[in-house]
Design a protein around this ligand. Sequence first.
Ligand SMILES: *[C@@H]1O[C@H](CO)[C@@H](O)[C@H](O)[C@H]1NC(C)=O
Ligand SMILES: *[C@@H]1O[C@H](CO)[C@@H](O)[C@H](O)[C@H]1NC(C)=O
Ligand SMILES: *[C@@H]1O[C@H](CO)[C@@H](O)[C@H](O)[C@H]1NC(C)=O
Ligand SMILES: *[C@@H]1O[C@H](CO)[C@@H](O)[C@H](O)[C@H]1NC(C)=O
Ligand SMILES: *[C@@H]1O[C@H](CO)[C@@H](O)[C@H](O)[C@H]1NC(C)=O
Length: 570
Amino acid sequence: MELPRSRRSSHSPVRGMTECGPPYTSAVNEKKSSFKTPLLLSFVIIFVVVASWLSYDIFVSFVSDTQLAQSAVVLVGVDANISSASRIAAGGDVLPGKTSTEAGKIEDRTLGGLLPDLAEFEPGVCASRSQQPHRKNYFQPSKELIRRLRRYEVRHRKCAGRARNFFHPQSQSEKDDCRYVVWIAFSGLGNRLMTLMGAFLYALLTDRTLLVDGTKDMSELFCEPIPKSSWLLPPEFTEEWLKTVNESSPQRFAHNSTDGGGSSVTADFSYIHFTYTFDHKDETFFCDESQDQLESVPWVFMKSDNYLVPGYYFVSRFNSDLGALFPDRGLMFHLLGNYLFHPSDAAWAWITRFYRSYLSNQDRLLGIQIRTFRPGPLPSFSEQLQQCILNNSILPKVVADGHSELKQQISGLRELKNGTTVLMTSLESYYYDNLREYYLSRPTESGESVAIHQPSHEGKQRTDNIGHDIKAWAEIYLLSLSDSLITSGWSTFGYAAQALAGVRPWILLKSEDDQVPDPPCVRAKSVEPCYHQFPIGNFKCPSKDAAHDRNSFAYLQPCEDVFFGAKLVQ
Ligand SMILES: *[C@@H]1O[C@H](CO)[C@@H](O)[C@H](O)[C@H]1NC(C)=O
Ligand SMILES: *[C@@H]1O[C@H](CO)[C@@H](O)[C@H](O)[C@H]1NC(C)=O
Ligand SMILES: *[C@@H]1O[C@H](CO)[C@@H](O)[C@H](O)[C@H]1NC(C)=O
Ligand SMILES: *[C@@H]1O[C@H](CO)[C@@H](O)[C@H](O)[C@H]1NC(C)=O
Ligand SMILES: *[C@@H]1O[C@H](CO)[C@@H](O)[C@H](O)[C@H]1NC(C)=O
């Protein structure tokens, strides 16, 4: 097979976005390459994995097709059009609350009971929630999860306002039963989505109230998820003060030296440390005994750059609870992410503008998320993408060189066929240019069209005044509206998009050399993110002789892209 390469030898630098690294610019070096070379895949993976140990804006996951198909639910009544207009109804043409469709069925704007009734929220504050897009692959929450969320909302409304008592313990003498988990922002946006969801799940499992460190513009990015309340920490918790909650704090869990570094906790608060400097003592957080001790601690602060949720299964009582809340363990982020993360009006305005301009005219939306962990452009990665697409028939092939070509092009103008729109996100325009060039060079065998768009390239002019994170969040959200996805291994940006979408992506495996891995991409087993630094046999709990192990549970499996990581599958 022969793929045309981009003929451009240079182009203007393009500002892009990344999960946490700075955008970089570069010129394209034209490079002739062949992708016939078979690879020493295992060596590449090992090398890649080791070399990327220090890249913390990354994570991964697998579910069977039939299982997914069986449980897939089309949310918006009987409107099964995959087409754009029903996926996203922007600009106020959809009424909040329940709207009847032409077929007379009721549109459910609560995602099957996942969200509180829209009437509970202040009117007109969060357009993305009232204009809930139609996600073809949305999965219904369990009744138990719905019940638990409603119970959580009641508790949150009661307790969030009393959080100031932290600094006035004397006023706490009125003895309320509020306990809290405070999420401290750390690392890039993709990682923050992972850890925030993990902290919320911890709050659900332990009957605590989640409060969110607002110092990283959280309110600029997201709507408030709890009606008539706020999830932001009160301003008394200043940025300065939050900095003193760190790995040297005496409150660090399991690190109090006055009792020999045992797993004791202090009376008032405890700090759970899971950023890259964590150690095996921190991992004892996943022991039953530790959770028993933390029960009596009113304030738990958490800081992490990893998706810790798979570790919760080691705690016996969480394990059984999680089984009831999530009969399909591969859908935890899908459900809680859709519960928590609603784009702010600023992000939503941008999302809808882009969607309507570029993505609303075709039958199928394919999202491609490109993230290389080396400065690029990398010609081998472009080839890897094309091999992934063509080997797996994700997009149609173009016709071979020949005479029929011209005829097809002419008839193609007369007889418009529906095709696929590709939404590409990348730091660079190189991958976009190459793929677009391929589809402009000749007609596809099937006659379908393939239109390719990249927001941070084409949308550059319009978006200069919009914050980096808002744009990143908008891209994640747009990717999450895709019918199918290709993501880059190790990337939390991709994990967030796939999980929100409920779409098992094709994952482009990571390569650190100039070779295309074989296979170039694999299909994810589930839509769940990967816990990269999963504690494999590293820590022991007092009650257990054997070290914990990823093989303890059938639903914990090695990640597709990070072999020492673990992810949840059904
Ligand atoms: C959905 O499809 C029907 C035909 O199946 C079409 O009449 C209708 O306009 C479509 N709706 C949207 C919103 O695209
Ligand atoms: C970490 O916290 C301690 C107190 O808990 C504080 O003295 C120290 O300055 C903090 N370190 C940083 C880098 O903020
Ligand atoms: C450390 O542990 C000791 C004994 O358990 C306790 O009295 C003390 O308050 C703890 N110190 C801190 C700073 O948590
Ligand atoms: C293309 O899409 C439109 C609207 O979604 C639909 O009415 C039409 O039948 C489609 N055409 C083909 C050839 O599938
Ligand atoms: C993908 O296609 C390329 C080029 O045709 C081929 O060399 C490679 O072996 C294929 N990989 C798989 C897994 O089929």
